[in-house]
Ligand binder design. Structure first.
Ligand SMILES: Cc1cc2nc3c(=O)[nH]c(=O)nc-3n(C[C@H](O)[C@H](O)[C@H](O)COP(=O)(O)OP(=O)(O)OC[C@H]3O[C@@H](n4cnc5c(N)ncnc54)[C@H](O)[C@@H]3O)c2cc1C
Length: 419
């Protein structure tokens, strides 16, 4: 059996970065990936544009902390070195007004492309459709059991040939449980448990929220810009601005995803609401005056004429219904209440959509069991754990991929140095 210096389990964001870093440091690297293509999740990031980092990465963007762990991580690999790493691989990038970093081409393929080109040019062996089922540490390194597996869309074929690999060090980069439809099966947690690592409770994060409000079904598919306030127990807990998407089950869109962590944390303790302000640039008085002037202009005409052109019609109908306004009757009665609903359209939150629709997994491999500067296991010498498997998840805005690259690069470098 051929022995590799390093075996990387998972050709996702952190695994590919780890393999590049290790190969550059001169190690013989094997990458094992169960999907039919490497970097499948990278291709879906940022709606295919890949928001691969952020210009303002700090420990505060990550949960649940502790900040001291990430301070040491970012001392070992300062955040600015991640875009520099990609530049060296040939990727030009650009930042938007919110500090989110994207490839200049706005094509996620280019991000995985530069990583795969580098691996190819350095002779790294990459085996797809190969799922690792067990990792056994021994005196001389690790033995990996694996199986040839059919592609995910082939539900009929059974798993195939049993394979065995031998490696001095193992980088476990198998990703989290989010988006199982593109490979997030969470199998890496089972491998970690079998190796004696503690896994904290897993839950979906950056995830659409569900509501028990049946009237939202009428709004299914409506998108609008809004400022959202998260309220629980009578207090405003957090706010986010951006696109809000109504769905048959509740609410989604970037602004909701930003609030989802705080909303789920508050559930169970008190009633939780998201309040949408559809006219954030107008103070309540200004909006009321605008509506009153409009009502005079459309006097004696149906409310629908008064409303047409104000905002998405389905939203206006839902807001009108909340104030008892009759769509066919002239505008006038209920106008102050209508203005109030447009400044604070409230949606009761009952839960989240789960891993199938979540961007990342919260919870994972206990940080107390890892070195923050190398991601080396303190339990199993020669083992490294990276990416979404860690008990760390970032806000939306490129922070999760940033952590995947950072942990991968540091683990790859450290694993290549260790003999
Ligand atoms: C739809 C979507 C959009 C996103 N957009 C962004 C974004 O724009 N910006 C951002 O920062 N983050 C984004 N994220 C989050 C980000 O993609 C992840 O946090 C990141 O990919 C995690 O990297 P990873 O290496 O830990 O895992 P992954 O990238 O998931 O890679 C893990 C790999 O391991 C493989 N694997 C698992 N088990 C085994 C096994 N037993 N044997 C062999 N291979 C195995 C998997 O098939 C997978 O390819 C998004 C997530 C989703 C789902």
């Amino acid at each position: 059996m051929q022995k590799y210096d390093i075996a990387v389990i998972g050709a996702g964001a952190s695994g590919l970065a780890a393999a590049v870093a290790a190969a550059r440091a001169g190690a013989a690297v094997l990458v094992l990936e169960k999907n039919h293509v490497p970097g499948r999740k990278i291709l879906s990031t940022g709606s295919g544009k890949c928001n691969f980092s952020n210009s303002a990465v700090t420990p505060a963007a990550y949960h649940p902390g502790p900040a001291s762990f990430l301070k040491r991580t970012f001392a070992a690999l300062p955040p600015r070195e991640v875009p520099a790493f990609f530049e060296e691989l040939g990727l030009l990038w650009t930042a938007d007004a919110r500090g989110r970093l994207f490839p200049n081409s706005f094509r996620a393929q280019d991000v995985s492309g530069v990583l795969l080109n580098e691996l190819g040019s350095r002779g790294v062996e990459l085996r797809t459709l190969t799922e690792v089922s067990a990792v056994t540490p021994g005196k001389e390194g690790f033995t990996l059991e694996a199986f040839r597996v059919p592609p995910q869309w082939d539900k009929k074929s059974a798993r195939g040939e049993r394979l065995q690999f031998s490696a001095g060090r193992v980088i476990l980069a198998a990703g989290g449980a989010a988006y199982p439809q593109i490979g997030g099966t969470g199998g890496g947690y089972a491998l970690l448990r079998a190796l004696g690592h503690k896994i904290s409770a897993l839950s979906p994060a950056i995830v659409p929220l569900t509501s028990g409000d049946a009237s939202l079904k009428e709004l299914d598919g409506v998108r609008t810009e809004a400022v959202l306030t998260l309220r629980a127990g009578g207090k405003a807990l957090a706010a986010a601005a951006g696109e809000l998407l109504f769905t048959s089950y509740g609410v989604s869109g970037p602004a909701v995803l930003d609030l989802s962590r705080a909303a789920l944390a508050a559930l169970g303790k008190s009633d939780v609401f998201i309040e949408a302000d559809f006219f954030p640039s107008l103070k309540p008085d200004a909006l009321r005056r605008l509506l009153e002037t409009r009502a005079e202009r459309f006097a004696a005409r149906p409310f629908g004429h008064f409303a047409c052109g104000l905002l998405n019609e389905k939203l206006l109908k839902a807001a009108a219904a909340r104030c008892g306004i009759v769509w066919a009757a002239p505008a006038g009665p209920g106008l102050p209440e209508f203005a109030g609903v447009l400044k604070g359209f409230s949606v009761g939150i009952t839960g989240s959509r789960g891993f199938e629709d979540a961007m990342v997994t919260a919870g994972g491999c206990s940080l107390a069991e890892l070195d923050p500067q190398t991601f080396a296991s303190k339990k199993v010498p020669g083992l490294y754990v990276t990416g979404e498997l860690l008990d760390l998840d970032g806000d939306s805005g490129g922070y999760n991929l940033h952590l995947a690259w950072t942990s991968g690069i540091l683990a790859g470098r450290a694993a290549a140095k260790k003999k």
